[in-house]
Design a binder for this molecule. Structure first.
Ligand code: PMV
Length: 322
C-alpha cells in the first residue's frame, strides 16, 4: 500500500554515450544487446515535480505546457507512473522542465525518465536502492538507466530476462579537465526515433552482426582509458564507436542516415583540427548533431572554431538530486 507525499521533486542529468547502446534483445523491458558507457552532463537535464491531482484526473505538464493525455509523451509518462502505483487510484500531476538548450538538439528522454523515476521514488516513499531505480528508468527509455548517476556511468546489459540486473552504476573516476561541446547542426524533430531506428537496424542490417563484439571491445578500451587518464584513447574509442554504430544504421533498409551536409562538414573540421595537432573527437547519436570531446586547455580555441558551441564541464560541482 502506497502513501504519497504532497510534493516530490527530483533532477536528473542528460547523458552522452561514449560506447553506444544500439539494439534491444528484448523490446518490452528495453533489454540491450550490449553494455554501454556514458558521461552525464552535470546541470543540463530535467527537473520533475509530482503532486496529487485534486481533480481525480492525471495531468502531464512539459516545459509549462499542459499536454493532451493522448500525446505520445504524456501516455508514456502515465504508463510509467502506472508501473509504480499499479491498481491504486492515486491521480498525479507530473510537471517536467528541461533546461537542455533546445538549440543543442539533445534528446530529453534519458534525463526525463530518470528524473521521473527519482521523483516517483520519493513521492510514493519507496526508498528503492539506486540499482533498482536505474532498472526502472531503463524501462522508460534505455539511456535513462544511465541518467540516474553523474560522471562516467556504465550500463551493464545483464543476463537475466526479468531485467533486474540490467542497470547502470557510476564509475569511480573524476576527470576535471574533461569537456563535452554540443555542436548544433539542426534542431528539427528527427525523422526516425531511436526505438524504431534500432529495430530496423537489428532486423535488416547484416553489418549489425559485428556490432556486439565491437561494443564489447570499445567498452574495454574505455575502461583502460579511464584507468590511465588517457584522453587520446578515450576520444578515439568514442569516435570510432559512434562511426561504427552509424555504419550499421546506414547498412539498414531502408537506409537510416541521420547526418546532414553540415554534420559531415563538422566531422571534417574535427579531423582537420586533429591533423593540426588539436586533440578533439566527436560522437553522434540518432540525429544530425555532433558532441565534441576535448580537454579544458582547448576550450577557447574550439569556441572560436565552432560558433555557438555549448560547453559542459561534467565534473564542475555535482548535480543535486533534489
Ligand atoms: O534511450 P533511447 O531509446 O533513446 O536510445 C538511445 C540511443 C543512442 O542515443 C543512439 C545511444 C545511447 O547509448 O545513448
Amino acid at each position: 500500500h502506497l502513501t504519497p507525499l504532497e510534493h516530490a521533486e527530483a533532477f536528473a542529468p542528460s547523458n552522452i554515450a561514449l560506447c553506444k547502446y544500439w539494439g534491444k534483445r528484448q523490446d518490452e523491458l528495453n533489454l540491450p544487446v550490449n553494455s554501454s558507457l556514458s558521461i552525464s552532463l552535470a546541470h543540463l537535464g530535467s527537473r520533475t515535480v509530482i503532486r496529487p491531482s485534486a481533480t481525480g484526473e492525471d495531468k502531464v505538464i512539459l516545459n509549462a505546457k499542459v499536454l493532451d493525455l493522448d500525446a505520445p509523451f504524456a501516455s508514456k509518462v502515465i504508463a510509467f507512473v502506472d508501473l509504480f502505483r499499479r491498481q491504486q487510484d492515486l491521480p498525479v500531476i507530473v510537471d517536467t522542465r528541461n533546461n537542455i538548450p533546445t538549440a543543442a538538439g539533445l534528446a530529453s528522454s534519458a534525463s526525463g525518465f530518470a528524473a521521473l523515476t527519482l521523483a516517483l521514488n520519493q513521492y510514493f516513499q519507496l526508498q528503492l536502492p539506486d540499482n533498482v531505480l536505474s532498472a526502472f528508468a531503463r524501462m522508460g527509455s534505455g539511456s535513462a538507466s544511465r541518467s540516474i548517476f553523474s560522471g562516467f556511468v556504465e550500463w551493464q546489459m545483464g543476463l537475466h530476462e526479468d531485467g533486474m540486473d540490467s542497470h547502470a552504476y557510476p564509475l569511480d573516476v573524476v576527470w576535471p579537465d574533461f569537456r563535452v561541446g554540443l555542436v548544433k547542426v539542426s534542431t528539427s524533430q528527427k525523422a526516425v526515433d531511436s526505438r524504431s531506428g534500432m529495430k530496423r537496424t537489428v532486423a535488416t542490417a547484416s553489418l549489425y552482426q559485428s556490432w556486439p563484439a565491437q561494443a564489447a571491445q570499445d567498452l574495454e578500451k574505455l575502461h583502460q582509458a579511464l584507468a590511465q587518464g588517457d584522453f587520446t584513447l578515450l576520444g578515439s574509442t568514442a569516435e570510432h564507436n559512434a562511426m561504427s554504430m552509424h555504419a550499421t544504421m546506414i547498412a539498414s533498409w531502408p537506409p537510416l542516415l541521420y547526418w546532414q551536409p553540415d554534420s559531415v562538414a563538422a566531422m571534417q573540421k574535427v579531423w582537420a583540427l586533429r591533423e593540426a595537432g588539436i586533440e578533439v573527437y566527436f560522437t553522434m547519436d540518432a540525429g544530425p548533431n555532433l558532441k565534441l570531446l576535448f580537454q579544458a586547455k582547448d576550450q577557447a580555441l574550439l569556441e572560436t572554431e565552432f560558433a555557438g558551441l555549448e560547453v559542459v564541464a561534467p565534473f564542475s560541482g555535482a548535480a543535486a538530486r533534489v
